[in-house]
Design a protein around this ligand. Structure first.
Ligand SMILES: [Zn+2]
Length: 487
């Protein structure tokens, strides 16, 4: 039988606020366990929570980025459960009146744009952490009360690949809005998934399985694929599908059963009597909406339209908002978008990654890259020399590219006189190569390109070199050019 996969995701992101969700503890990672806590966040009786306005606004900003509606009235509820990392025995969350709902995210899956629904995005507080030792476990409440936005999707994804693409776009949008750093390795973006299968054509949802706490894109796709395989196997074998909650180990790339549920959880939600319902005025929403930046896919479309970038190049340029800004600034100055995109996605990206430097901190500023592109386009320097100048700047030379070319005498030599001299010298030293060319192996002439470049310390204009060699041996200069490109 043909089955359809149905996937929905629940994503938690930690908000980049100064303080925690309901108290004035700093919202920052602290090494010393239980050092960043106060009576409110550790749930002492008699304390009162106060809503963090910054967290509230960041939640709305993120929700607007996900295309959500912001209802006029929202409130906080207590979600009851017992766990050692939750001293109050309830988590403050939102139940029937979330801060936002009915969003939509447009995602590219294998080059096709699809829309996936966002059911709701609501605010809540994070719990603490348990650290398990061999004989006992420790409780660290530093994370308790960290502001979270929980984003619940519609069950709109039809494959693990779509789920991954949705999650990647969700993360990118939230990073663009600046509400979270979305660092998955450090747990500031965590993902749970619901997955079920049903015969194709069926509209009722099948029994769902859950996968908890995944923190990588690869992990989400891998774990979902494994659970889907398990559900298909059970169905084919005629077994009844049970409601299983799975964990996933990225180190072993394995799923493992955490628990089998008999009933739905009953968290006994009720409105938190300590917190007022919040009326969200339309002016307030519009003021927050004005802070929304251009979103990734809109930026991609604009880069293709305004700068003539290919789908592939534009897609790469928008993967990091600061990188996109860098690209636009370089292009604004140089007016050479394709060349800028090439340098950024190859040389710059490679060096930033190997030097572990963020694009906004690199010594190679957009002005300098633009100047370098200009020097190449005017043939003042060739591309290998441009790479040398580029590396010099990254290695700490604070002069401009033009000044470096000037002070180090790197300008390209297009004058054929010195090139001819260098060629004659090389011919004298290499009679075998000359014999090969004259004996019907014109490609051997590439050898002399290398010899001339060496003699002239890499500064010869490659086109002039090709022209001189071609003329000297009576061969087609294209032979030398096509080889040169591959190098
Ligand atoms: Zn606190």
């Amino acid at each position: 039988m043909d089955y359809e996969i149905v996937i929905g995701l629940e994503v938690h992101v930690q908000l980049l606020t100064e303080t925690k969700m309901f108290c004035s503890c700093r919202n920052q990672f602290t090494h010393e366990p239980n050092s960043n806590v106060c009576p409110v966040c550790i749930g002492m009786p008699g304390t009162l929570p106060v809503i963090n306005k910054q967290a509230f606004e960041l939640g709305i900003l993120g929700a607007l980025g996900l295309g959500c509606e912001i209802p006029e009235l929202t409130k906080f509820d207590r979600k009851h459960y017992y766990y050692p990392d939750l001293p109050k025995n309830y988590q403050i969350s939102q139940y029937d009146l979330p801060v936002s709902q009915n969003g939509i995210i447009e995602v590219e899956v294998d080059g096709v744009r699809k829309k996936f629904g966002v059911t709701r995005a609501h605010l809540e507080e994070d719990a603490g952490k348990l650290m398990h030792e061999s004989s006992h476990s420790n409780v660290d409440l530093n994370r308790t009360g960290t502001p979270l936005l929980e984003i619940v999707s519609e069950p709109d994804m039809r494959s693990p690949q779509e789920a991954r693409a949705y999650l990647e776009m969700l993360k990118l949008i939230l990073q663009y809005t600046g509400i979270s750093d979305c660092n998955m390795e450090e747990g500031s973006l965590r993902c749970d998934a619901n997955v079920s299968i049903r015969p194709r054509g069926e509209t009722k949802l099948g029994t769902k399985n859950e996968i908890k706490n995944m923190n990588s894109f690869r992990g989400v796709e891998a774990a979902l694929t494994m659970v889907v395989d398990e559900l298909l196997r059970q169905t084919e074998a005629g077994e009844a599908i049970r409601q299983v909650t799975w964990g996933y180990s990225i180190d072993r790339n394995q799923i493992f059963k955490m628990r089998v549920k008999e009933d739905a959880n009953d968290y006994r939600y009720f409105p938190d009597p300590d917190l007022p319902a919040v009326h969200v005025g339309r002016d307030w929403v519009e003021a927050i909406r004005a802070r929304l930046p251009e979103l990734p896919l809109a930026k991609k479309d604009r880069f293709m339209k305004d700068y003539g970038l290919s789908d592939y190049d534009a897609g790469l340029m928008i993967q990091d908002k600061k990188m996109a800004d860098y690209f636009e600034e370089t292009t604004r100055i140089s007016n050479m978008p394709k060349e800028a995109a090439n340098w950024i996605q190859n040389d710059l990206a490679r060096e930033l990654s190997s030097r572990k430097v963020a694009v906004e901190d690199t010594a190679m500023k957009p002005e300098a890259l633009a100047e370098l592109l200009d020097l190449v386009s005017k043939k003042t320097i060739n591309v290998p020399t441009a790479r040398r100048v580029f590396m010099k700047i990254l290695d700490g030379d604070t002069a401009s590219p033009a000044a470096i070319v000037e002070k180090e005498g790197l300008a390209q030599v297009s004058d054929t006189g010195p090139i001819k001299d260098a060629l004659e010298e090389a011919i004298k030293a290499n009679p075998k190569a000359v014999a090969d060319i004259e004996g019907g192996k014109p490609a051997t002439a590439m050898f002399f390109v290398g010899q001339i470049m060496r003699t002239m310390k890499g500064k010869a204009d490659p086109e002039a070199v090709a022209g001189v060699i071609a003329e000297r041996f009576g061969i087609d200069p294209e032979i030398l050019k096509s080889n040169k490109k591959k190098k």
